[in-house]
Design a protein around this ligand. Structure first.
Ligand code: GLN
Length: 499
């Protein structure tokens, strides 16, 4: 029986002849079929994945793997372009659309030897926090089928949670990787804005969007990041900052400098890191927020005490702007969405109304009204409103000013601290249907995640806790822009302290 723990362990098993890529693909295709009720996948590429697995097995002569992700079975959120494959953003608008090219992230996965197993369900155009906004039905949380998966990358999270693929790629504009990871008890990593190319990622809010990674092991997330990050001539917003060997920086076990054998495997740098005591901060307003579930609050604060016992400093700092992050996020992202989604007009892309008439404007209106779902329409209307003459300064300009203030405050926080910690979400996964009639409440659930996208810093949700109701929940860790290395190293230390 195929058993998966990490890419590294899978590669060792391949090299020892204990498994094959074909065996892996057969295992996952069967699991996806057996768990079809979860609705995590919109499409399974069975024949194609099996063919690729055969080729990879044949190419790996005498244990030489073809690349760092050789045979790694990956799922893609339905907003990431995959040449020759359907790409719908879980929207009726694009239900017949086929991608003409690969996203840069997709191309890098393929070049590294990965096998793409299927296309994963999500909230329509990545707008949502529960995966209930998909035109193809909600995704169910595998830990409790009456609860939501989280969103918008719910299918990608549940696929990893339920063992339907090894890792998934999602997208995170305001928490869409970290929040479902929290709800599903897995790792969700959103790198810095500009770390991974957005070429081939369907745009929601371009100054916020970032591809992110779901995995069960931290090493896997680090390795996938290493492969898909980096400059890209097709996306001028990608940073030139060096991509470091993140996966090699993870040190298991805290080894005292005097007992470690420097010449044997561990660099001095790694040993210094293993002994490092971190300066950690948390926002007082975040942990005292009335929307925060009591059990999440208690367990998070108890964990902070354990960190202090380990010799780290954990300091409560004031963050009076917390109340403004959700409104600022929704003003700016809806504005960007109203502009980005104007391309879906029934002419250039996607759904065109069957209604006949001579009026071009009527055709646009009917195509967009039929093609978009309710939440997407709400965002387009909101965004068009905040950009409209007479309201632009009151909303859009104001929100941009708040974003600037947030960036300044963030810079000064990171002059003093290594990382900021917070719960990822104020509540555990809620029941399907529980919040669908209250969009504002749904928006407010994004209170801890949108901050990292507003200021562009990397953030991760680590599956450290189990709620008294039995559901998992996570701890969010954030570091300064482009310090993915620090984020991953600290996360490794935090995962060791999992109770
Ligand atoms: N829940 C947030 C929203 O609906 C985040 C979505 C995302 O990160 N794609 O905008």
């Amino acid at each position: 029986m195929f058993d998966y723990t990490s890419i590294k362990a899978f590669h060792t098993a391949l090299q020892n002849g204990q498994t094959t890529c074909v065996e892996a693909v057969l295992f996952y295709t069967q699991a996806i079929r057996e768990q079809a009720h979860l609705n995590a996948f919109l499409e399974l590429y069975e024949t194609e994945a099996l063919q690729r697995a055969k080729e990879l097995d044949a190419a790996a002569v005498s244990g030489n793997l073809t690349g760092p992700l050789h045979g790694v079975v990956v799922g893609l959120k339905d907003v990431i372009a995959h040449k020759g494959h359907t790409l719908t953003a879980s929207s009726k608008m694009l239900s017949n659309f086929q991608s003409l090219y690969n996203a840069t992230a997709t191309q890098k996965l393929l070049d590294a030897g990965a096998i793409i197993i299927g296309r994963q369900n999500c909230d329509e155009f990545a707008m949502g926090s529960s995966n209930e906004n998909s035109a193809f039905g909600p995704v169910l949380n595998a830990a409790d089928n009456t609860r939501v998966a989280g969103g918008s990358s719910g299918g990608s999270a549940v696929a990893v949670q339920a063992g339907l693929c090894m890792v998934s790629l999602g997208s995170d504009t305001g928490g869409s990787v970290r929040q479902p990871a929290d709800f599903c008890g897995i790792i969700g990593l959103k790198p810095s804005y500009g770390r991974i190319s957005r070429y081939g990622l369907i745009a929601y809010a371009s100054s916020f969007d970032q591809i992110g990674i779901f995995s069960t092991s931290l090493e896997d997330a680090a390795l996938v990041l290493e492969v898909i990050a980096g400059p890209d001539e097709y996306d001028s917003t990608v940073a030139q900052e060096a991509v470091l060997p993140y996966s090699k920086a993870i040190l298991k076990g805290t080894i005292a400098p005097e007992t470690a054998n420097i010449s044997n495997e561990l660099s001095e740098e790694k040993i210094a890191h293993a002994a490092k005591k971190f300066k950690l901060a948390y926002f007082k307003e975040a942990l005292e927020h009335p929307s925060l579930d009591k059990n999440i609050q208690e367990q998070t604060l108890a964990y902070f005490e354990r960190l202090k016992q380990e010799g780290h400093t954990v300091t409560a700092i004031d963050f009076s702007l917390l109340e403004y992050v959700v409104p600022t996020y929704y003003v700016l992202t809806t504005a960007e969405a109203s502009s980005n989604l104007s391309r879906y007009d029934g002419v250039r892309y996607g759904h065109r109304t069957a209604a006949t008439g001579n009026d071009l404007t009527e055709m646009y209106k009917a195509s967009r009204s039929e093609g978009f779902g309710e939440e997407v329409k709400r965002r387009i209307l909101l965004g068009t409103f905040v950009l409209s003459e007479g309201f632009y300064d009151a909303y859009f300009t104001k929100a941009q000013q708040v974003r600037q203030l947030l960036k300044q405050q963030t810079n000064s926080i990171f002059q003093e601290f290594d990382a900021i910690l917070s719960p990822t979400v104020p509540s555990p996964a809620f029941k399907i249907g529980e919040k669908t009639n209250d969009p504002i409440e749904m928006f407010l659930g994004d209170i801890y995640t949108v901050y990292a996208n507003l200021v562009g810093i990397p953030a991760i949700s680590l599956p450290l806790f189990t709620h008294t109701n039995g559901m998992p929940f996570g701890l969010q860790v954030m570091t300064r822009s482009f310090d993915e290395m620090g984020l991953i190293q600290l996360s490794a230390r935090l995962m060791e302290l999992k109770s």
